[in-house]
Design a protein around this ligand. Structure first.
Ligand code: PMP
Length: 291
């Protein structure tokens, strides 16, 4: 664990290999049609070495996505692959990216008969720049409706997030907020949304939103209520924050022209979350998989 390998390595179809030794076939089905499923997971340095936060929950969500595409997914193998990749790269504070996808074959849409692949990559997490609060614009794009595309981490579904992110950037915002036809808040492009009003914490609930694992963690930690929230209500709140594995707890400075104050409750929750993921709170131990 202590001598870093000079080249990034990844787990691919059962072996740890040098990342630059691998190339995907240009007729890869997933490249053409988005027929893959991925996860975004994090590991953290704890007092007892590196540990992965809520790994079983992430891999169960990935299994559900794979099942939807008719792909096999072995949670035990994915667990082992994740641990092996972190060890091979000597990563402690890391972002972990497992991906399983439909490989090369015919150009038809039928995925049966195509080979299936799996990889796990890890990258060192950057230290967070505390205080850089998100400015969020309301997207003119709608979130993929759950009855057209279930809210799982299906590769093709993320084109919807890419469109919203592009639009937000072009309008000078850092992030986009999806709102439905009836004015209800859905989520951001890669994070769920919470609000704080009169000291009460509320998790935005929407059937089209990804059931986030960070969201679930924060509901447990804060006792937040989960319910539908309109954009008007969100803009009337005292504080708003976004949350996700990569974003962690991100206090929001602005939602489409509405500026929030100092976000004290969000900051407190961000600090609590930072301790929980690093195993510094007794509640967190069941959520950590040692590397
Ligand atoms: N919504 C979307 C669209 C996402 O991509 C993510 C990141 N996985 C989230 C919410 C947050 O989910 P989690 O807390 O499980 O990372």
């Amino acid at each position: 664990l202590d001598t870093p390998h000079d080249k990034p390595r990844l787990w691919f179809d059962g072996d740890i290999v040098d990342a630059d030794a691998l190339h995907a076939d240009l007729s890869t089905h997933a490249l053409h049609y988005g027929s893959g499923v991925f996860e975004g997971i994090r590991s953290y340095a704890t007092a007892h070495g590196a540990a992965i936060f809520r790994l079983p929950e992430h891999l169960e969500r990935m299994r559900q996505g794979a099942e939807l595409l008719g792909m096999d997914f072995d949670v035990a193998q994915a667990t082992e692959a994740t641990v092996q990749t972190l060890r091979a790269n000597c990563h402690r504070d890391a972002y972990i990216r497992p991906l399983t996808w439909v490989g090369a074959g015919s150009f038809g849409l039928d995925v049966s008969g195509h080979p299936q692949h799996m990889m796990v990559a890890t990258t060192q997490s950057l230290v967070h720049l505390n205080g850089a609060r998100a400015r969020i614009g309301v997207s003119s794009w709608r979130r993929n409706p759950a009855d057209s595309l279930p809210p799982l981490k299906l590769c093709g579904g993320y084109v919807n997030s890419i469109l919203a992110k592009r639009e937000a950037r072009s309008r000078g915002y850092g992030e986009a907020l999806f709102v439905d036809h009836d004015g209800y808040v859905v989520e951001c492009t890669g994070a769920n949304v919470f609000m704080v009003k009169d000291g009460r914490v509320t998790a935005v609930e929407h059937r089209d939103a990804l059931p986030g694992i960070t969201r679930d963690t924060l509901i447990t930690l804060s006792g937040a209520t989960s319910r539908a929230v309109t954009l008007a209500e969100l803009q009337d709140a005292d504080e708003v924050f976004a949350c996700g594995t990569a974003a962690e707890v991100a206090p929001v400075a602005e939602v489409e022209g509405r500026n929030y104050g100092d976000n004290p409750v969000s900051r407190e929750l961000a600090a609590l979350y930072a301790r929980v993921v690093r195993g510094e709170e007794s509640t967190s131990h069941a959520w950590l998989t040692p590397v």
